[in-house]
Design a protein around this ligand. Sequence first.
Ligand SMILES: [Zn+2]
Length: 610
Amino acid sequence: MTQRASSNRKTIKDILAGQNLISPVDMAKAEAESAKTKKPLQQAVVDLGFVDKLSVLQALAAEWEVQPVLFDDVQVDSRVAKLISDAMARKLGVLPFLREDGIVLVAMADPRDPLVLEDLRAKTGEEVRPFLAMPEDIEKELDRIYGTALDHDDGGGGDEIHDAVERKTQEMLGDILENADDIEGIEAKTDLMEVDASAPEVERIVNAIILAALQSKASDIHIEPFEDPAGKKNRLIVRFRVDGFLKEAPFRIPWSYRNAVIAKIKILTASMNLTERRIPQSGRIEVMAKGRPIEFRVETIPTVYGESASLRLLDRKSVQVDIHKLGFLDDILEKLLEQLKGIGGKKNYGMILVTGPTGSGKTTTLYACLNHVNRPDIRIITAENPVEYNIDGIVQVAVNPDITLAKDRVFNFATALRSFLRLDPDVIMVGEVRDKETATIAMEAAMTGHLVLSTIHTNDAASTVSRLAEMGPPAYLVASTLKCVLAQRLCRMICPDCKGPVTLSADEREIFRLNGFELTEETTIYKGAGCKACSNTGLKGRLGIHELLIMDETVRRVALSDLTADSIRNAAIYHSPQRMRTMVQDGLIKVLQGLTTINEVLGVSTEKTS
Ligand SMILES: [Zn+2]
């Protein structure tokens, strides 16, 4: 790749100013921001809203003679991304994102340094072609590929564990740290013979890594071999992700332990293939800390320097999801709570389904329902894959279809449900209804005096009824067991820091009119102008929009003879006394309340499940 010496001398400031993209005053502000936050100047210019991202990319790309890339349009191939380590990618501000005709395409925040390209060629052993991307876009993609931090605001309980492990970690770390001075000595002694995974100190090292991670409240642990070309500084790097940022562990692991440590982690999962080091594998580890199980999801991937392992903490801390805080409109909440009344003693039974695409908050709503009905005299049991949160007083069972119970029988939702019935619970929660077997058993359970809660993948409430019937159970069973269906989506909320009233356009008025709203001239809606708090999007936080279909007598009668979604929807909206509101109507009410925008509501409500 030839570099034009002249263009290399132009600074980013020169390039942007030279194209008249930004005023000198704004440029000065951006420079100050860049100096303060340490973010590259081009990112500061975009973040402050002075120039749009595409214009900045185009200006710089033209000058540096590379093509710009936006990850909105390009799907990153994570296998290609993992040709280099997370650490190296972040350090260099690069992301290998695709392989095309045998050439690795690499997004770079700054492609001016030819040495970086040489480095990438050497590390990947492949021909590379640079593309220009925004620094933050590269970071975001790396976060997506390698994982970001879990939410660590603790609802109590978590601190206890951390305190408990702290002393232990110090003891173990102390041991390793004491030996750290002598680390070269250890290397010399052990270099020639591979340390075996069964060596006692290997277990201690792995425990120390896990405990140190818990102590620093890390969400992820990355253990990566890094080979120094000169052979002098070969290292097994341990890094923790804390609050979204990666930091190196305060201790070093001798290089000769690299295979043993990874092997020990694989052994702990009890499911990974120890001898297979050429393909990515995944598994789970459960450890106990102060009597509570802590679970990690483990991924191993082959890198050019050997196998690396990433552990993601699945922090199953107790949750207190409050059904009153999920953004339900008052009347919807009242109807939903009515459906959850009178549990126990077989007085309330039937099936309640929550539907929506992945990421629409279905599970959170189910947990909120369980929390609401959770009382000592009510027996609740769940089948989940995986168990994401612990709720006190509830029997939670993790199903795992990979476990074979007996000949041809696997431990899936259906088998879990069947075994639950013998335990005679009042409430059963099943992670998901997605096949005939689960649907049938869930409905049988609902018929025989249990309240069954579950999720299902459909686009709206009415089509859930027909989807259930398509799965196989007879119409009468669907009509008689289903109590209600809640469809939901999550909209982004207007940023409170930059929220202001805007007048409705004619098109927007029409949207309201088509959905049955009568607006006056005085009707106001709101938008976020964009500010620092919301990264100039005008949106911050999320809010549920809902559609609650109650299977009352009217809807039931229709369902018995006609299970098409349209007929059921019509019955619920126009004929039933409940007068069901659609998700869009629910969202538009929230627009009028100044909580979200029309675009958000229309955007998410047309989102289809796969
Ligand atoms: Zn804002």
